[in-house]
Design a protein around this ligand. Structure first.
Ligand SMILES: Cc1cc2nc3c(=O)[nH]c(=O)nc-3n(C[C@H](O)[C@H](O)[C@H](O)COP(=O)(O)OP(=O)(O)OC[C@H]3O[C@@H](n4cnc5c(N)ncnc54)[C@H](O)[C@@H]3O)c2cc1C
Length: 288
């Protein structure tokens, strides 16, 4: 039986005081759906758990100069938000398929990103939505583009004395839609063997004005397929164009063989699902 203290500060100031006092002996905990599993598997043995659950002010979804999502927002809140469904559809797709309802009721988007699993479901959509991660430390706040946040499996640029407080998503130019495909082995609670998100902006003439492709489980860290994005810009939404973009994205990825899938299969599926997700994002623009 693992023995640890549990502390539930009521303010950010108290969190920083505790982080300073306990340093690496402490682990932050939000929903606990990764932390408690890691403790039980003996991959994590903190002396102190510092719970963020008393920081109710970090639970929100707001639109004001872009979108602001508090780090403690649960996946269920994202799933149930009409604004997220209509305007940040890729994030809605991901949040509503993560774990079970019970998991989504407690698990947070901040926890999903700080845990930094290569398979994190919200990472692809946040990449395709061009999100910025806002970190707060004892000396103030700093913003990091989500594309620069992950440095390796379970590793991020977050310093030990910082808390992820918010995601900021800029309002996209023009007519914008997005979509996320979670490719899993079964249609039940499962981690993706590939995650693929697309953010798409179309001009009035339905040419591709902007395209962003976020891939997960396609490399050691969640990644943008920049070459495929550049290729798509200014092109019409035609089958050959989308298929070529899929091939380019596939060649940019560096997936590995794992229990869930072989690398070659992941590559093939990137080529298959880039066109499908671009089309779905475009359909969502048309339906607006
Ligand atoms: C049954 C089950 C099914 C699951 N299915 C999925 C799935 O389908 N897809 C998927 O992506 N994940 C899945 N997960 C993993 C997990 O639920 C998610 O990663 C979840 O979003 C983690 O959020 P949390 O609030 O529970 O994080 P926690 O477990 O509380 O924390 C996770 C990590 O983030 C750190 N942390 C948390 N919040 C902050 C913050 N604000 N600032 C700094 N550090 C912070 C913690 O210190 C810890 O290192 C599943 C887990 C379980 C148990």
């Amino acid at each position: 039986m693992m023995d640890y203290d549990y502390m539930k500060p009521a303010s950010m100031k108290e969190v920083f005081t505790l982080l300073k006092e306990y340093g690496p002996k402490a682990t932050l905990i939000a929903g606990g759906t990764d932390v408690m599993v890691n403790i039980r598997n003996r991959e994590l043995s903190p002396e102190v758990l510092i719970s963020l659950r008393g920081l109710h002010e970090l639970r929100y979804i707001r639109k004001n100069d872009g979108y602001h999502i508090g780090a403690l927002t649960t996946h269920r809140m994202l799933e149930q938000s009409d604004m997220v469904k209509g305007e940040l559809s890729a994030l809605h797709d991901a949040a509503s398929q993560l774990g079970s309802v019970q998991v989504r009721n407690v698990a947070t988007v901040g926890g999903n990103i700080c845990n930094a699993a290569p398979s994190a479901d919200t990472a692809g959509p946040l990449l395709a939505l061009d999100a910025t991660v806002v970190l707060e430390g004892p000396d103030g706040r700093r913003s990091v583009p989500i594309a620069d946040f992950f440095t390796g499996p379970s590793k991020t640029v977050r310093k030990g004395d910082e808390v992820l407080v918010e995601f900021h998503i800029p309002e996209a130019p023009g007519r914008f839609g997005s979509a996320y495909w979670k490719h899993a082995r079964r249609r039940a609670m499962d981690l993706p063997l590939l995650g693929l998100a697309v953010g798409l902006a179309l001009s009035e003439s339905r040419e591709i004005f902007d395209a962003r492709i976020g891939l997960t489980v396609a490399a050691p860290v969640p990644m943008r397929a920049h070459k495929a994005e550049e290729f798509l810009k200014g092109k019409p939404l035609e089958a050959e164009v989308l298929e070529e973009a899929g091939e380019i994205a596939s060649s940019e990825a560096s997936p590995r063989d794992s229990l869930r899938s072989k690398a070659w299969y992941r590559r093939e599926m990137i080529a298959v699902f880039v066109p499908r997700m671009v089309r779905l994002a475009a359909e969502r623009i048309r339906d607006k």
